[in-house]
Design a protein around this ligand. Structure first.
Ligand SMILES: [Ca+2]
Length: 150
């Protein structure tokens, strides 16, 4: 390894450290925190907001794939910021109320299927960390998202 290449590697890692706060993981222009405390969906959303963040809202296939693969690596279920709480079967991103693409690969096959009892989006370990609808008052781990990092 020559010195120029070494300097390049150091520059890259220094850049990553500056892009997201400690404990947050960068993917493209967003920072994510995979929180291991199990909370109700609404409480989890409040925790994210305490850090000026929100429950993760994957807007692209790439972001969805990143969240799915990282959730699988850690294991367990994770709430994200997708819900049909306002109107049954109108799945939306919580922060903007924009509708979620129902044909997105984020959804697991045959999901959502919980009807009025399940109104919050959960990346489920049993579904290879793809999203299903689940009971919002159940305590689950969650993923916060911060745009543009620091
Ligand atoms: Ca529902």
């Amino acid at each position: 390894m020559n010195l120029v290449y070494l300097a390049f590697l150091i520059a890259i890692s220094a850049d990553n450290v500056e892009s997201c706060f400690t404990g947050w993981i960068q993917f493209q222009n967003k920072c994510y925190m995979f929180n291991s405390m199990a909370k109700e969906w609404g409480v989890a959303s409040g925790y994210c907001q305490a850090f000026n963040a929100k429950l993760a809202e994957p807007r692209t296939e790439e972001e969805g794939h990143f969240l799915t693969s990282h959730a699988q690596k850690i294991g367990g279920n994770f709430w994200i910021g997708v819900t049909d709480l306002i109107e049954e079967d109108m799945w939306m991103y919580a922060s903007t109320q924009e509708l979620v693409n129902m044909t997105s690969s984020l959804w697991s096959t045959n999901e959502p299927n919980g009807y009025t009892s399940s109104n919050c989006g959960l990346l489920m370990a049993a579904l290879h960390a793809k999203m299903g609808d689940y009971i919002c008052t159940r305590a689950e781990k969650f993923i916060c998202e911060l745009n543009n990092g620091m």
